[in-house]
Every structure is written in C-alpha cells, then in structure tokens.
Design a protein around this ligand. Structure first.
Ligand code: 5AD
Ligand code: SF4
Length: 440
C-alpha cells in the first residue's frame, strides 16, 4: 500500500450480470477512495466475483482463491475477498474454512464493501455480510466500465421464476426493476462516454416493469437516445416473450437482430419438471414468429442435458429440436444439482457419465450447425462496429455484426468505434473473417 491508497483488482466469473456488478463494485470502491488496478501483483485487495450456477464454476473459483492465498506469505497485509453468488451461498462457511479469506459479501451488500474492507484491514478480522435485501437496486451509482464501445446496463436484478434447477432466485433474491428514468439517464451518460453498443441486462428482461413502463416500451424509449447506435438485451424467457416485443424488435432501427432465448429442453415432460412454464410447441411457435418478423434474426440459446428423469427419448427430443431449429449458437450444459432447488431433491438423478455423454453429443451437433450457419455468410456483406484490436494480431481488429457475430477484419486501432461495411471471406466455428469494403 502506497501513501494510504489501497489498490484493488476484481476477477469476475459467470454471467454478464456479474460483469455489470463488478463495474458497480469498482465504482463504489473508487468513490470511497480506493484505486483500481489491472495487475494482480500491484493489488492490496483481491476480490473474486463468483458464480455458483453449476458446481464446476464454484470449484474453479475456490481453487483460484487458494492459489492467490499464497501471496499472503510475502505480502502479509494483502486482503482477499469473495463477492457474488458463491459468496451468497456459502460465504460464511468459506471465511471460516479458508483462513486467507478476509471477507465474504453478498449480492445485495456491495454498498457496505468500503467499510468492510477498512474494518478487515484495521482490525485484522474476517467478516461475512450476506444479508439479502430484495429491494437493493444500486440506484445513483454510475458503474466504472472498461473504456470501450460496448456497455452492459443492468435494468433489473433478481429473479422470480424458480426454474426447478436454478439457484439464482436464492443468490440474487426477488426480481426488481430499475426506474426507466434512471436507466435512460445512465444510458445517455454511457453514450456520451463513447459506448455505442448497449446491452440491457436482466435475468428475465421480458418481465421488466417499473413506473408503468414494460420492456417493449423501454426499448422504444432507449431507441430515442441519440448517443446510442445499437441496442441489445439478455436474457429473454420464452414464457414471457410477447408479440409486442417481437414487433418492437422488428420496427426499432437500433435494436439489433439477435435474441438469446434459452430453450433448456425439447421435451415437454422435462420442461414441466423444470417449471419452465411453456411447451416445446410454444417455443417453436416463437422461433417461427421471430424469423417471420425479423428475417435476419440470429437466435442463440441455452440447453441443458441430464436433468433428473431425462430418458434417452427425452434427450433425443432435445437433440431433434436443435436439429430442427438450427440455432446460431447454443450454450450447452450438463445438469448440476444445486442447493435449495427442487430438482436437487428429485428422484432419478442421471449418472454423471451419462450426462457427460449427452453433453458431448449436443456440443458436436451444435458445432456442425454453427459452422454451417457461419459459412452461409461467406460472400455476404455485414455492418461491423469495430470494438478492439484482435487478440491474435495487431494488424487485425474485431467487432460485432448487428446479429452479434464476431467479425475479424484487417485494420488498425483507428477503426475502433467505427462502423465498417465488410465482405465476409471466411468462417470458423466461432468467428467470421471479412475485408472492409474499399469505398468507405
Ligand atoms: N445445472 C446446469 N446448468 C444450469 N443452468 C442453470 N442452472 C443450472 C444447473 N443447475 C444453465 C441454464 C441457464 C444457464 C445460465 O445456465 O441453461 O440458462
Ligand atoms: Fe452465475 Fe447465475 Fe449468479 Fe450469474 S446469476 S453469476 S449465472 S449464479
């Protein structure tokens, strides 16, 4: 620590919500006089923002904490803390079990972080602060984002859906929407700061509602903000995806042609056990309506296999649905039992080996579909908003097409923030390669 200013670093795991929360926590700490660093060797405080959606995610981060704990041998006043969903689940236990862990703070307690850190540092105590506050919305805090072109704006927190496999309602509490006025204010400011591509975030954006404004209405309001060029949103729940939202997507020029619509399973029996609130027929109907209203729409999804009671036939129904729909991309997962959830108590848990075999089949299928879909783009022209220098080469830049596909083109840092018309020349499993068209 130099001259009393403590430097912190945050290592973030999990979903975009956690990325947004790390930006929020950064702002809270900087406002309180701490300094942010990107280099772990310089840090006086290491904070892990964690995910517990699957056991694997949790094990990984606990491994990382133990790894970094070794630093305390050389830097005895280093503080290590855990925040986010793992902290909310077992933070109390962890601060007792891992002697190097100084604090565990829950998802609704981030405003307490500066005080907690000071107390840990001055009194050499370990602290857990995990109280749930179903109303905490972190209003009036402008998140500290990495400089760039795209920004996440969280529009709501928590979840009320209680899908039977999911721990989120327990780690993030009840659903609460931020006021439209506050959201618009934040987006205008982000726009002035140079962020052009805005992603509105919530566990289930389709149930957004505050001050008489629902989600389609919010999209209309955001579309009017001149500083912003592109609008995206995640995640949509199929049970709440309305015709009005599809209409808004089709008619608003800044709303991009992409939707992430988790299907989870293609079997009605499993969807029911999951408490998803829709049938596969309903889901297929939504896909049809989306593709009709927005012909260029890219559809991505989350799929789970090995849910309790999933027979070979039920699994095959999922496999078939994926073949029929041809998602642009699918995040595939094997079911992981989670504390507090109904599914963890269900009979007929599927053996790990079987879950893994099924997962491998889904991954293979989706790889083929994604490659085929991506190859379709070769020779076509897309609008790319350039975001950064490519990770592979400083003679290339990468950005996204409106439908969220990553496109790499030849060029340098002067292109960052520009809209480029590119012709696609090649496609791999995850990225498109293109050349900027000469007449711009
Ligand atoms: N096991 C495996 N995957 C899960 N997901 C949520 N809970 C679990 C679980 N218990 C997946 C779902 C969700 C995505 C974010 O993570 O597919 O959409
Ligand atoms: Fe992980 Fe879910 Fe928490 Fe996001 S909300 S960090 S996915 S457990």
């Amino acid at each position: 620590m130099i001259a009393g200013i403590m430097k912190f670093i945050i290592e973030t795991y999990g979903c975009q919500m956690n990325v947004a929360d790390s930006e929020l926590v950064s702002a809270i700490l900087v406002d309180a006089g701490f300094e942010k660093t990107e280099y772990i060797n310089n840090a006086d405080i290491i904070i892990f923002n964690t995910c517990t959606v699957r056991q694997h995610a949790e094990d990984r981060v606990i491994g990382r904490i133990t790894q970094e704990a070794r630093r305390k041998k050389e830097k005895t006043d280093l503080l290590i803390g855990i925040i986010g969903c793992v902290s909310q689940r077992i933070g109390n236990r962890l601060v007792h079990q891992i002697s190097a862990l100084d604090f565990a703070v829950g998802t609704d307690q981030y405003l307490q972080l500066p005080d907690i850190i000071h107390k840990c540092y001055e009194q050499k105590v370990s602290i857990s602060q995990l109280t749930v506050n179903h109303r905490e919305n972190y209003e009036n805090i402008y998140p500290l984002r990495k400089k760039g072109i795209s920004a996440f704006i969280s529009i709501m927190r928590g979840c009320n859906n209680f899908c039977s496999y999911c721990i989120v309602p327990y780690t993030r509490g009840r659903e609460r929407s931020r006021r439209p006025k506050e959201i618009i204010k934040e987006i205008m400011r982000a726009g002035k700061d140079g962020y052009k591509d805005i992603t509105l975030l919530g566990q289930n954006v389709n149930s957004y509602f505050a001050d008489g404004v629902d989600f389609p209405e919010l999209l209309y309001l955001v579309n009017n903000i001149s500083e912003v060029s592109r609008i995206r949103f995640v995640t949509s729940h199929p049970k709440d995806l309305s015709d009005r939202l599809i209409e808004a997507m089709a008619s608003l020029d800044k709303v991009c042609e992409h939707i992430h619509l988790p299907m989870q399973s293609g079997s009605n029996k499993i969807l029911k056990l999951m408490n998803r609130g829709y049938t596969i027929e309903h889901y297929l109907g939504l896909i049809k309506n989306l593709r009709k209203a927005i012909p260029k729409v890219a559809i991505t999804t989350d799929i789970m296999c090995g849910f309790p009671g999933e027979t070979e036939l039920n699994f095959y129904e999922t496999y078939q649905a994926m073949q029929e729909i041809e998602f642009d991309y699918a995040f595939t997962f094997k079911y992981s039992p989670r504390q507090w959830t109904k599914a963890a108590e269900m009979n007929n848990q599927i053996p790990e080996q079987k879950r893994l075999e099924r997962l491998q089949k889904l991954i293979k299928l989706q790889e083929q579909i994604t490659l085929k879909k991506y190859q379709h783009y070769i020779g076509k022209r897309v609008e790319v908003l350039v975001e950064q220098i490519s990770k592979r080469s400083d003679k290339q830049v990468s950005g996204r097409a409106r439908d969220n596909k990553i496109v790499v083109i030849t060029g340098d840092k002067n292109l960052i923030g520009k809209f480029i018309q590119a012709k696609i020349t090649d496609a791999t499993k995850w990225t498109l390669k293109g050349e900027a068209l000469p007449y711009q």
